[in-house]
Design a protein around this ligand. Structure first.
Ligand code: ADP
Ligand code: ZN
Length: 728
């Protein structure tokens, strides 16, 4: 403990959004009031940067005379103690610099100043000397005594602006300041409560009770696709709103929010505030500010919404908790699902994890009683789960140069014939994953990454899916110069679309993927069109796999179920099981009979068998046993160290130095090995895998290792990934 007496009393630690390991100390000018959490502007080098006044145990012993002073305190609610502790905790756990974590909270500097008041008008008691019908209408419209904007009033009364101006001049109106307009109306917990089924009601009671009681707890809402998990957790949200607490719902994919927003609106009479990277800057500012002021009660957002400055958060729901999109792999490397649980723990409120296919870790926590396990084993109402079958690609292969096997083509045809819809799912964007020259064998590779260029035929480009590098598809081979001899190898969704158009020229087909031109807006329109039955066949990537309710969808075809099994990832089987359950779960949302067909070369693989048999319990038991055998999470701990540099040798050498610095003990250090993605954006990559028992303090170990290794020099960069999800 440092002694406060060594410090001038009027200094504060300020955490600034830089890679600094700790807050810097600043002087507080006389007459300025700051407290822990205050958002301030401080000089840093030649710049003025935003920062947060941190807690006193962070103070440095510094010479008070040399201190620079806090320049300005923003008129903004201070960050809560809960938020500050969350930032500290997350930084310690992920080994990120606290300043970089704070940076995620301080993303929207324009919101630190209060929203400007809008000039408005309010009726006085004075009647104008000359009354006209137009004037009467205005007086009548404003008779409720509320404030109006000048144009809003004119519009509502159906008169021109000059009529309003005339009444203002006549003294019948006075000028007032109107408060900022809320981004969303207040949700009403009693607005449109659903009639829950018996199962749903019981589940809703179980997860809403801890919300009413308060205090930390974690629950897994584990229900098959279409069982009504959303309706059920809405009851927990209602309970939080009734207590006057704020709610955060995390969603893995913004494309999902469309139907979610509508359903939320129907249930609560107002939409939640959205938070994701696609928001307009002005909206972003207003949402951030109104979350801080407590005026926004419910946020539905992507993982970054965890870092919003909630003033009174009382519940987090993590929808599709197993989704890999919750892992952030850049800068501060964290898992939003895990950090949501941490935030609940720190804030002393419940967290609900919802999924039809929970991650093995979460499922294990539920089975061992760390999390409450709430199950929904049936679909709502008359909806039945689809019948599932594999198509053995060795026995019924597609025609030459095609990718859809005869049984799948037949099933699609039958669905379209019946006036129903089909999805063909392939988790690969573009036309073909590899292009080569038939004459010299040249393969098109990204100049900056170790990956093949993917042909996107609609755009006429070859595209790198790692760095975005693109070039036009050439007519001649750049290697041998032969014209018109480039061949596309393997399928992407655009190629499947081509096959579909050939086979079903009269069907209305649509391609859906995240890189579609037109962005989120267009995507939402297309999803709506599918919902309304304006499309017969959907060809899509994982974007179509999640959460959507397409009532008339009775066939799901998985084009290549083996795609995720190839890369040696320890979670490959789990991921495949999750993705295929999700995507086949899009079928059969109404009473109609439905079918899921899975094209695979390995129908005997445990993941395929689990899908077809529907025996998820056996699959999880098997996965948990396998994790235990390998001492993998949740039975052991993993961390990755990724070393990258401009040259291969530099990266490898630094990897070796890190390895050599590893303290000996029960924690094992494997590598450095060249990463499967050996080159990304021109940077060479090596990986070290750190594997320890469950009780091990990985953070202390890694800190010691990094501290005793030489500092990275030149272009070398080291990043640590605690609980890695990707091993590429
Ligand atoms: P899940 O998230 O488990 O896949 P959803 O919550 O999306 O399931 O529900 C599936 C469909 O069933 C949705 O269209 C939803 O509106 C409907 N549904 C579920 N429960 C009810 C209910 N109690 N009353 C009315 N509709 C319901
Ligand atoms: Zn690239």
């Amino acid at each position: 403990m440092k002694q406060d007496s060594l410090l001038a009393p009027d200094t504060v630690p300020v955490l600034v959004p830089t890679p600094s390991e700790r807050p810097y100390t600043y002087a507080v000018p006389q007459g300025m009031h700051v407290e822990p959490g205050s958002i301030v502007a401080v000089p840093l080098g030649p710049r003025l940067v935003p920062g947060v006044v941190w807690d006193a145990d962070h103070k440095d012993d510094v010479d008070a005379k040399k201190l620079r002073a806090v320049e300005h305190v923003f008129d903004c609610p201070p960050l809560s103690e809960e938020t500050r502790r969350f930032v500290d905790w997350l930084a310690r756990y992920t080994l990120a610099a606290p300043g970089m974590v704070a940076r995620m909270v301080l993303r929207v500097p324009a919101a630190f100043d209060p929203e400007p008041l809008t000039p408005g008008l309010r009726r006085t008691n004075i009647l104008p000397e000359r009354m006209t019908t137009a004037r009467e209408r205005v007086m009548e419209t404003a008779s409720d005594g509320f404030g109006w904007t000048r144009s809003g009033l004119a519009h509502a009364a159906g008169v021109s602006l000059s009529v309003v101006d005339g009444l203002l001049k006549a003294g019948s109106f006075e000028e007032i300041d109107l408060p900022p307009v809320p981004v969303v109306a207040r949700p009403d917990p009693t607005f449109g409560a659903a009639q829950l089924s018996g199962d749903q009601q019981a589940a809703a009671e179980t997860i809403a009770a801890p919300v009413r009681e308060g205090g930390f707890s974690a629950s897994l809402l584990d229900g098959v696709t279409g069982s009504g998990k959303t309706e059920v957790y809405f009851e927990a949200i209602a309970a939080a709103l009734e207590k006057g607490r704020q709610v955060l719902v995390l969603l893995p994919e913004i494309s999902l929010t469309h139907s979610f927003l509508e359903r939320f609106h129907d249930r609560f009479g107002a939409p939640p505030a959205e938070w994701h990277s696609d928001l307009a800057p002005k909206t972003r500012e207003r949402v951030w500010r109104q979350v801080a002021d407590g005026r926004v009660r419910v946020v539905a957002g992507a993982r970054s919404a965890l870092f919003l400055p909630f003033s009174d958060l009382g519940l987090i729901v993590v929808d599709e908790e197993h989704d890999p999109a919750y892992k952030q792999e850049e800068r501060v490397v964290y898992h939003a699902r895990d950090m949501a649980v941490v935030r609940g723990h720190i804030g002393g409120f419940p967290v609900i994890l919802s999924s039809a296919t929970p991650s093995v870790e979460t499922r294990y926590n539920a089975e061992t009683g760390r999390y409450r396990h709430v199950k929904l084993s049936r679909r709502f109402a008359e909806a039945a789960l689809p019948e599932l079958a594999t198509i053995d690609m060795r026995r019924t292969p597609p025609a030459r140069g095609k990718f859809l096997s005869p049984p799948l083509v037949k099933a699609v045809g039958a669905a379209v014939e019946r006036g129903e819809q089909a999805i063909l799912f392939l988790n690969r964007r573009g036309y073909a994953p590899l292009t080569l020259c038939r004459v010299c064998g040249h393969r098109f590779e990204c100049p900056d990454c170790s990956s093949w260029l993917v042909e996107h035929r609609f755009r006429g480009q070859l595209l790198c899916h790692h760095c975005g590098h693109h070039e036009p598809v050439p007519e001649a081979c750049p290697e041998c110069g032969t014209l018109d001899h480039l061949v596309a190898c393997g399928p992407g969704i655009e190629r499947i679309a081509e096959e579909v158009v050939e086979a079903f020229p009269d069907a209305r087909a649509i391609v859906l993927s995240s890189d579609m031109l037109g962005g989120v807006k267009r995507l939402r329109l297309e999803l709506e069109a599918i919902e309304k039955g304006e499309v017969d066949i959907v060809i899509g990537t994982q974007l179509v796999a999640k959460g959507h309710n397409f009532p008339n969808m009775t066939l799901v075809g998985v084009v290549d179920a083996d795609l995720g099994l190839a890369n040696g990832d320890p979670r490959a089987a789990e991921r495949t099981f999750q993705l295929l359950s999700q995507v086949t779960g899009r079928a059969g949302r109404t009473g109609k009979k439905s079918l899921g067909l899975i094209q695979t070369f390995q129908p005997e693989h445990p993941a395929m068998r689990a899908i077809v048999s529907g025996d998820a319990d056996a699959f999880y038991a098997n996965q948990i046993a396998e994790r235990e055998r390998g001492q993998l999470p949740p039975f052991g701990r993993l961390a990755s160290i990724i070393i990258s540099a401009n040259s291969r040798a530099e990266a490898e050498n630094h990897g070796r130095a890190l390895r050599a610095a590893a303290p000996s003990g029960e924690i094992m250090v494997l590598g450095p090995a060249e990463a499967p993605l050996a080159l990304i954006r021109g940077r060479h990559r090596f990986r070290i895998l750190v594997h320890g028992p469950e009780r091990a303090n990985m953070q202390a170990f890694l800190r010691a290792l990094i501290a005793s290794a030489p500092r990275p020099r030149g272009s070398v960069r080291v990043s640590v990934d605690i609980d890695p999800q990707s091993f590429l």
